[in-house]
Ligand binder design. Sequence first.
Ligand SMILES: [Fe+2]
Ligand SMILES: [Fe+2]
Length: 317
Amino acid sequence: MKTDIPVFDLIDQCEFKIADPFDLNARLFPALEQSLPDKLIGTFETKVYKTWLHLGFNGESLVSVFYNIIADRLQQDRYDGYFDHLSDLEVDTIVSDFRSVVEDEERHREIFYAIIKKLDVDIEGYQPDFYDPNNKDYQESVANGITKNVMGEAVDNPTLLDQLTAILTIETYLLATFSMFYKTTTNENKKLIFKSFLQDESRHVAHFIRLLKQARIPKEHIDQADRRIILNILDNSNFELIALIKYLRDIVKNKDKQSAIINNVYKDTFHQTFKHIYLTKCWQFYNILHPNVSEQEFVKIIDDFDVLNLEYRGRLQ
Ligand SMILES: [Fe+2]
Ligand SMILES: [Fe+2]
């Protein structure tokens, strides 16, 4: 669905400096000031923004291809029987919803592209020519990748449930992030840019939750995927958690100190609000698979993990 907000004109009018590209009303991790020198916080935040923009661009490119593949399979064989019980009309509606989500994602990719172009730095490894939904080689690599991987983890023949829940986690993460940037930017133009993202991503999350509700999911698929779903949710349960752990491991030797810093950093309103938005949405889809798990119980499952002692399936390397 096309937004009324003239996003590209707004981007044209804005400056994007990597130290604070979205003009937030505070730094991303203000509580780090109690533990680290200013220069190191600056280095870390710059790194976070670069990675976030790069991942955003790659992610939007990926889903622009991926969602079309899912829609095609729905049309061809109703995706392994998950949607056998639906009428042709119902399937056609889902497929056309998917096509409009793809239009949004292609626009999002262009938005990230336009912002990155205006940055005052280059991003290492950024390859917009390859990560292009119209590039046949890229389409092939996506089609291949999704039959072997779920969120970077090797999985043999992922089920539609694996794929949908991975997508939902990342859509929800983006929604929570856009929402926080929308709330805390001091620049009215950038606020509107995030508003347009926010409107789209909340529609997408609603679309995928509806889809998950409509699907008839074999119980063994739920059992197989359950731990992976929780771990995927955990990855993003605090804003840029993995990036922060990785950075702290490099510069702070003592584990107790790392743990104290992490606990302190995520206590402020920005991070607590982020977490609340993210986990509430994640619970809404987890609850479709596990109707007996309340939101409170779900949050406890997530909170009971010791985030410092997880390996994040190789993502810390
Ligand atoms: Fe998107
Ligand atoms: Fe999306």
